[in-house]
Design a protein around this ligand. Structure first.
Ligand code: FEO
Length: 173
């Protein structure tokens, strides 16, 4: 049976992942409102991925005899100054999530919960990709700053992202 402290920390992370999904959906709606549908699409895929993170943790808690408990979710921002400002926020948010995962790992280590340490390793690795992908988007947006043609090309590139359901979650959703 999973210890209460680890369970509580994992439930906090579920809330953070749901907030991430909610925020990315809000950003997608903002991009749609300024007719940059490729960026909106990229963010909707990101929002879906965040929900798979929620399900990974929920499933793990159940497997360990614990319980996922949903809490109130904060409202995300709804407007941004520019596509670059929005993606700078995406990148900063993912860095914050990395911190949360590291804190969660510290709790699991302190409680000598090796199963949770092993489970969290996937999230540690995932955050490398999350930071890298969002930083790349920031750098590309900086390159096209003030160049509308470049921005539209980048929008098309962002539209090519596809959502891939993690194999272990096929049939869960
Ligand atoms: Fe669930 Fe973007 O980290």
């Amino acid at each position: 049976m999973i210890k209460q402290r680890v369970q509580d920390a994992l439930n906090e992370q579920i809330n953070a992942e749901i907030y991430s999904s909610y925020m990315y959906y809000s950003m997608a709606a903002w991009f749609d409102s300024i007719s940059l549908e490729g960026f909106a699409h990229w963010l909707r895929v990101q929002a879906l991925e965040e929900l798979t993170h929620v399900q990974k943790i929920t499933g793990y808690l159940t497997e360990r005899g614990g319980r996922a408990v949903m809490k109130a979710v904060d409202g995300p921002p709804t407007d941004w100054q520019s596509p670059l400002a929005c993606f700078e926020e995406v990148y900063a948010h993912e860095c914050k999530v990395t911190e949360l995962i590291n804190n969660l790992m510290d709790v699991a280590l302190e409680e000598r919960d090796h199963a949770t340490v092993s489970f969290l390793k996937w999230f540690v690795d995932e955050q490398i990709e999350e930071e890298s992908n969002t930083d790349t988007a920031v750098q590309k947006l900086k390159l096209v700053e003030g160049n509308k043609g470049g921005l539209f090309m980048l929008d098309r590139e962002m539209d090519a992202r596809t959502f891939v359901m993690p194999p272990e979650l096929v049939g869960v959703f």
